[in-house]
Design a protein around this ligand. Structure first.
Ligand code: BGC
Length: 743
């Protein structure tokens, strides 16, 4: 047996190395650049065109005329695309170039009818303030994806939560460029470590979902580079995603998927991106313009209504023949598409359908939730629940599960949807509840307590249960999904339910499952609030373990929670609630002043500030240091656990110029560093030190495409939330100007 395997392995080796003589891209010892170039040099025009045009399974490809997509290609897609998956680009078997099997997305493998492990929403994970948490999640979902036959992930959502009502904020990583860069970068690092290609998306300024395919965003280049683009720039540098997905919207009058400024100038020329730009599904509007201005792969055909076949061989070939697209550009597109297959390891370590350890993966998801849930309020240390004899659990189907967001990031839960039939049942629905019941989990954590559940539909019944219990826990939900924006007000009777229960039992805790920020008109009436966002496959267990103190909460808000709608930068979202496809326009006059920056500029006090998050212990920042060497700022600090319980503390570092307007900043302060550490009671963490990215201290100068630090005094502020920064160290920064083009 041993002998047979050894001989077979040897033969495979010999034949691969023999083949590598004629197909040099098979040679692992060569660089990804050389392999990609060699592969493309061997391709026919038809083969190159195969790479630039991708399909979606189940989009009605069989109904597309044969002269647009040939019967052979249709058969190839039918045979090789993973059923129910987002996308597929056929292989080139003659050259051993694998097909690209593409799956959504950031919280897990999404395939209709295929149950997989769901992480907490990306926004929830961002609340961990710990890139290792998103990296562990990325590794886990990539392993599942690989074992499900995928080699490409449509993940890495990094649009900033500029608009708190954006229906996709739960797929993104908050309102701050540095935090977003590190957290989405962590996820992509985890994914690509498993030899998969990941995107970062949706490039760029795709910050509202209403009319997402027609909205034209006006934003100044300075503002864009200091906010939305900076987040992507940090993601790109942190994780080097193999692909970038361009977005549906227009930016300054040009569709994002044919926006030369974004795709060619900024991404490819200035940042040096070597991978490929793939379109969002149905986001292409031309053939030659799209190709010449930076789109490399049209993906997801036929999707989305009147989606036209702009990159199909017939149309593309006609553009080549007319000279509207050069062969050099097609070569560049093909090279960019195959390069990540080599650089990420897809080529040498192909996806293979195999077994999945769902138990171990659920543990990863639970840990992510436990590191991410945010304790917003805990008056009188009502939490953790110790010694309680009875608990009233009320509302939001807490007897069955926890909510998830809707749209293309939705994962079919293992064990099925805990609540079938909720509205909306169709896209971006169905509404999914992960089968992880907080009620059942609390029973496990508090075996001696009487734990009863009331649905909350009948407020009087909920009040009666709350009155007869030691404590009441009210669950509320805000459902958000792709292709829609929402409101910050909770739907139905939820606000009234909380107020009534709080009036009946002063020991009321509210647990929020939301896509993003919500308004809490009852915030002053309840002593404790736990924000979970969408906490994933084991969210119920994570909630129960935090409520009971088995886990000490350590999440911090990656977004601000406004006190009212009047605090938002925009009164209304253009096109909100109208049928899709109405051309609308929005001007981001607030520029880069997003989230806490906006609140600071306007001197507004939010309900809960960016970075806020409580623990069952207390932390203090000590040994704060800030120093400038050759114009470069470094900061350092230690986290001291001054309480009686072990926990994880987060130190946050911001910089505030002495006069922010004088140095051209968009707002009084910016987050420049954060660091999380587990610290035993009474102990101090090891000192962390970090060199600060100079762009976080600078303004972008559009006139000469440079970054500039303006000389002056800057206060370096240390603390545990954007509104809790008790330690300040002053530094003098010298003038510094450097090119925005990456070295
Ligand atoms: C979404 C993308 C997603 C794609 C494929 C689009 O509707 O905007 O985020 O990756 O569909 O499912």
């Amino acid at each position: 047996m041993m002998r047979t395997i050894t001989i077979a392995a040897l033969m495979a080796c010999v034949s691969t190395s023999a083949l590598a003589q004629t197909q040099p891209w098979l040679d692992k010892s060569k660089s990804a650049d050389d392999r990609a170039k060699a592969a493309v040099a061997a391709m026919t025009t038809e083969e190159k065109m195969t790479l630039v045009f991708g399909f979606t399974d189940g989009g009605g490809l069989d109904k597309v005329p044969d002269d647009v997509v040939s019967p052979a290609v249709k058969a190839d897609v039918a045979a090789h695309a993973v059923k129910g998956s987002a996308g597929f680009v056929p292989a080139i078997p003659r050259l051993n170039i694998p097909g690209q099997t593409q799956t959504d997305a950031s919280i897990g493998v999404r395939v209709q009818g295929m149950a997989r492990t769901a992480l907490p929403s990306s926004l929830a994970t961002a609340a961990s303030f710990d890139p290792q948490v998103s990296e562990a999640g990325g590794r886990m979902i990539a392993q599942e994806a690989k074992a499900s036959g995928f080699n490409t992930f449509l993940a890495g959502g990094a649009n900033l939560a500029r608009e708190p009502r954006n229906g996709r904020n739960f797929e993104y990583v908050g309102e701050d460029p540095w935090l977003a860069g590190k957290m989405a970068g962590g996820l992509i690092n985890g994914i690509q470590s498993q030899h998969m290609v990941s995107t970062m998306k949706h490039f760029a300024v795709n910050d509202q979902e209403s009319q997402r395919t027609t909205v034209d965003v006006t934003i100044a280049p300075e503002a864009m580079h200091q906010s939305d683009l900076l987040a992507f720039e940090f993601v790109y540098e942190t994780a080097k995603p193999g692909s970038v997905m361009c977005s549906y919207n227009l930016v300054n009058g040009r569709w994002a998927c044919e926006n030369e400024y974004l795709l060619t100038k900024t991404l490819k020329q200035d940042w040096g991106f070597k991978g490929y730009v793939m379109s969002d599904w149905g986001a292409v509007h031309s053939t030659a313009d799209a190709a010449n201005f930076g789109l490399d792969q049209f993906t997801g055909f036929p999707c989305c209504g009147d989606h036209q076949s702009y990159f199909a061989p017939k149309v593309f070939k006609a553009a080549l023949d007319k000279g509207d697209i050069s062969m050099a550009r097609l070569d560049d597109m093909a090279t960019r598409i195959v390069w990540p297959l080599f650089s990420s390891g897809v080529f040498d370590d192909p996806a293979k359908v195999g077994p999945i350890d769902f138990k171990a993966n659920a543990d990863v998801s639970q840990k992510a939730a436990e590191d991410s849930l945010v304790l917003l309020k805990n008056d009188g240390n009502l939490l953790p629940l110790t010694g309680v004899k009875s608990v009233a659990m009320i509302g939001a189907h807490a007897d069955k599960g926890v909510m998830a967001g809707g749209g293309s990031s939705g994962v079919t839960p293992i064990g099925g949807n805990a609540i079938e039939g909720l509205e909306p049942k169709t896209w971006p629905g169905p509404v999914v509840f992960m089968p992880s019941s907080p009620v059942e989990a609390l029973k496990t954590e508090l075996p001696k307590a009487k734990i009863a559940y009331a649905s909350g539909d009948d407020i009087a019944a909920a009040v009666a249960l709350a009155k007869s219990s030691d404590v009441a826990v009210v669950f509320v939900t805000q459902w958000m999904g792709e292709g829609m924006d929402g409101t910050l007000e909770l739907k139905g009777n939820q606000d009234a339910l909380v107020a009534a229960v709080a009036a009946a039992n002063p020991k009321t805790i509210v647990v929020v499952e939301s896509g993003g920020a919500i308004l809490m008109p009852w915030a002053n009436q309840v002593p404790a609030v736990l924000e979970t966002f969408y906490p994933g496959a084991r969210g119920g267990q994570a909630i129960a373990r935090i409520l009971t103190g088995k886990v000490n909460p350590s999440g911090h808000l990656p977004i601000s929670f406004p006190a009212s709608n009047a605090q938002l930068a925009h009164d209304a979202i253009p096109g909100f609630g109208k049928p899709d496809g109405v051309p609308v326009h929005i001007t981001y006059a607030e520029g880069a002043a997003i989230g806490y920056k906006w609140y600071d500029v306007k001197a507004l006090t939010p309900l809960f500030a960016f970075g806020h998050g409580l623990s069952y212990t207390t932390f203090a920042v000590s040994d704060a240091k800030a120093q400038v060497d050759n114009g470069a700022l470094s900061v350092g600090a230690t986290i001291r656990n001054s309480g009686k319980t072990a926990g994880k503390g987060v130190v946050q570092v911001y910089v505030a110029p002495a006069d922010y307007k004088a140095v051209g900043w968009e707002a009084p302060k910016r987050l420049i560093a954060f660091h999380k550490d587990a610290v035993a009671a009474g102990a101090s963490s090891a000192a962390f030190t970090q060199k600060i990215d100079p762009r976080l201290l600078a303004t972008y100068e559009a006139a000469d495409n440079s970054w500039r630090i303006h000389a002056g005094t800057y206060h370096v502020l240390f603390g545990q939330a954007s509104d809790d920064l008790p330690v300040s160290v002053d530094v003098m920064l010298p003038d510094l100007v450097w090119s925005a083009v990456h070295k």
